[in-house]
Structures are given as structure tokens and as C-alpha cells.
Design a protein. Sequence first.
Length: 247
Amino acid sequence: MDTFTVEAVVLRTDDFGDANRVVTLFTREFGKLEANAYGCRRSRSPLCGALQMFNHITATLVHGTKVDTIREADIINFYDALTADLERLGYASLLFEIVNRMTLPRQSELETFELLTNALPALSRRNPQIAALIGACQFMETSGVQLNFSRCVHCGAELVGDAAISLIDGGAVCLDCVDAAQDCRPYPEGLRRTFETMLSFDWRDDTKLMFNSRQVNAAENFFLDYVRSIIGTNLKSIEFLQAIQMR
Ligand SMILES: [Zn+2]
């Protein structure tokens, strides 16, 4: 039998049949990979505990003609706090949904795998909103769809102070170029500094996350508008976050 082993993070799960699950893995070796796990929702199944969303695992798969099958899975790390707290669950789901929607299967992206394994402990221990936004910002940067946050996309000037930003034009616009840009919105200096800090954030830095909550909310609103404009639909995790915030 043709088997192979991967190290992976469980990016998404979809139940089918009585006790089966389609598991979307983000692997260190091959990028995103979908595989079937038969019987894994039965509590007696040895796969049951390992194939839960957000787990960091090793898995052995069998090649299939259409889809691979997960034969064995072992937990490297799991994050209880993410399922015990609705806000953490919502923000972790947000980052995972963005990564899932914006990656193609079997395109190796080691940076994204490492980003997910770095973000998980932060999402479960630190401010989950900030951790998810840092993760999403850094993911967009490596996927090459990031807006330019620091330089004017029209004239290339390094921004000083307040400016404008345009989703259509691909990022920041200096005040001299505003008339030439399409659909600009305000881009205050504080928001720019928030994005710059998130992009350069080092996950090993364990000091307290120092962000102004007003700027973080502004960054979230802005960033989600941008993600929506790329993906073309609303994200399920956003609806979930809005529902828990209204309670
Ligand atoms: Zn300019």
C-alpha cells in the first residue's frame, strides 16, 4: 500500500455519512491537503481525538485514486482554550478560514504552515483578536495579495503622517496623489503603524501585546473589508464573531 506521512495542522473538518469526516490539513510537506477519515467520529476510533480542528498532528495517509485516506493520526499539540472560549474560537476560525479560502491544494507553503503553528499558541493564550489579525496580515503578505501599507502606490513615496488608502489601487495613497486614486478612504497614521507593527511581529516575542484597542478594531474592520473584496463573499467566522458579540 502506498502510504505517506505528514506533519499538519487541521484546517477544517466536514462531516459526512454516519461517522466519517473530510479533513482539510495544512501540511508542512505539501501545503493544503484534503483527505477522508472513515469512522473517525466514533469515540472508539483511534482517529477521533487527533482529527479535531486546530490540532497539530502527524498523520499517515494512503494514496487514493481520487482522494487520500487518513489511516493514523497522532497529536503533537492541541489547544483546549480555543474550543472552551467562544471569542478565541471565533478568531482562530477567522484566521483558519482566511487561509483555507485563499490557498490552493498541494502548493507547498512552508511559511504558511509555520505561521499557523506559531499563531495557534498565541490564539489560545494571548489576545485572540490581535493574534488573528497579525496572523492574517502576515499570511496575506506571504501570499502576495497584501496591500501596500507603508508607501504610496502611485508615486512610491514613504508615508509620513495621515494619508489615504484604496482597496482598488492596492494600498496606501499619499495626500498628493489622492485625486488620482480610486475610491480612497482615510488612512490615519495610527492605523498605518498598527499594520506595520503586525507585519513585523515576531511570534517568539513573549512581551505583552501593546496595541490600542481602537486601532485594532479599525484594523480589523478595514482588513475584513479587504478580505471580503478578494474572496467575494462573507466569511462564516465573521458571522459567528458578530453573533457572539451581540449577546
Ligand atoms: Zn503619492
